[in-house]
Design a protein around this ligand. Structure first.
Ligand SMILES: [Zn+2]
Length: 93
């Protein structure tokens, strides 16, 4: 997800942005930080969302793994379909 601008200025005087982290401790939790957070930006950091409950932390990483696996399988199948369609079009007179 791309960062969105927040009505909050960071210590650089720039507009802070809201991002989503996907760490094991905070999967899917949003925070507000400097536009250059992690790349030499200022120290502004505040959570947008409340702390995550234990159940969400336990479930979300597994769901993300399943989604990634299914997306990978979908890409493989789409590639197979394309190959078969190419073969069919070569067989047609
Ligand atoms: Zn900043």
């Amino acid at each position: 997800m791309s960062p969105t601008t927040r009505n909050l200025d960071c210590f650089c005087g720039k507009r802070a942005v809201t991002r989503t982290t996907w760490t094991k401790e905070n999967p899917g939790r949003r925070f507000n930080a400097c536009l250059h957070f992690g790349r030499g930006g200022c120290r502004l950091f505040e959570w947008e969302d409340p702390p995550m409950c234990h159940r969400a932390k336990a479930i979300i990483p597994g769901l993300l793994r399943k989604i990634n696996k299914l997306e990978g399988e979908t890409k493989k199948l789409e590639s197979e379909v394309q190959k078969l369609e190419d073969k069919v079009s070569q067989l047609q007179p």
